[in-house]
Design a binder for this molecule. Sequence first.
Ligand code: RUB
Length: 345
Amino acid sequence: MCANRRVSQYRRSRPERAVLPDEAGRIADDIRTMRIRGAGLIASSAVKALQIAAQNCSETSAEAFVRHLSDAARILLRTRPTAVSLPNGIRYVMHRVNQAKPQAKGAAELKLVASKAADDFIELTRTAVEKIGSIGARRIRDGDIVLTHCNSKAVISVMATAWRQGRKFEVYATETRPRFQGRLTAHALARVGIPVTLILDDAVRYFMQSVDTVLVGADAITANGALVNKVGTSMVALAAHEVGVKVFVAAESYKFSPETMIGELVEIEERDTSEIISGQALKRLGRVKVRNPSFDVTPPDFIDLIITERGIIPPLGAMLILQEVFGVLTPEELREYQTYSINEP
Ligand code: RUB
């Protein structure tokens, strides 16, 4: 689609988003429509959009700048609800801006703070995935069969690193209906040279007897060590649990959900049913309801280890990561930059 058409469509369909410059608005749209997807990339892209909003802000006073940036943040937070990396990325930037605000002489100074914080967060996402790759690679042994679900950069980093280190193993990649992210995974692994077999989601239990390890990514990790990831992950973990196959999760520390420390639940995104069945085909079925939850929750009992860039932890260690990473946030910052408690306009 040509960029100009996308700009005008964006403006027409979302006039309330006038606060985001076009480039940032397109990023927001791309996250919402899943042209940008995967929790890590969602976070770094949203932070990039926030940086663009900061750089283009024409306010001159520190107060007005922070108000403007908060408005932009709220729009970005509404793009997708489940990946907790998105509010965590926004909080990372807003925390630095809020800290600098009392001493700042005006917007220009805070612009620099916001821009530097955004660069730092984006760099953090890059190095975290790299570190998870080298920490996690040690868990893959020669001859292993590893099964994965959906498409996770962190998981691919682990597998690609293990392969480059000379480990020989095979991967089963589920196709991941309805959006087929498993095809992306299979393609990425095949490019590295890793033998990969694409399987039906429904065939997971059929193959599980021969699997050594399940390795999946994360959209969110809760304070009690539960995993929120692509719908179907909990069935994969259940099938693994049944036959004693270990389940590893690759998750950067900004995927841990600080809200869950105060008892909040992670919202599970429910996407349009047209992803599953066309309107016409549905009509032919008669009075049939369709549901399309995009994520599900795997309890900590079905998870053996979580591989983070800070090291490997058991699920019950989630609280330690949360305290270490998010201990600096004020309760206001926690409340203000949530994805799902914000009322739709
Ligand atoms: C993607 C998904 C991925 C996690 C982790 O869902 O569930 O497993 O986001 O990915 P969707 P990453 O396609 O709906 O965004 O490790 O790349 O952050």
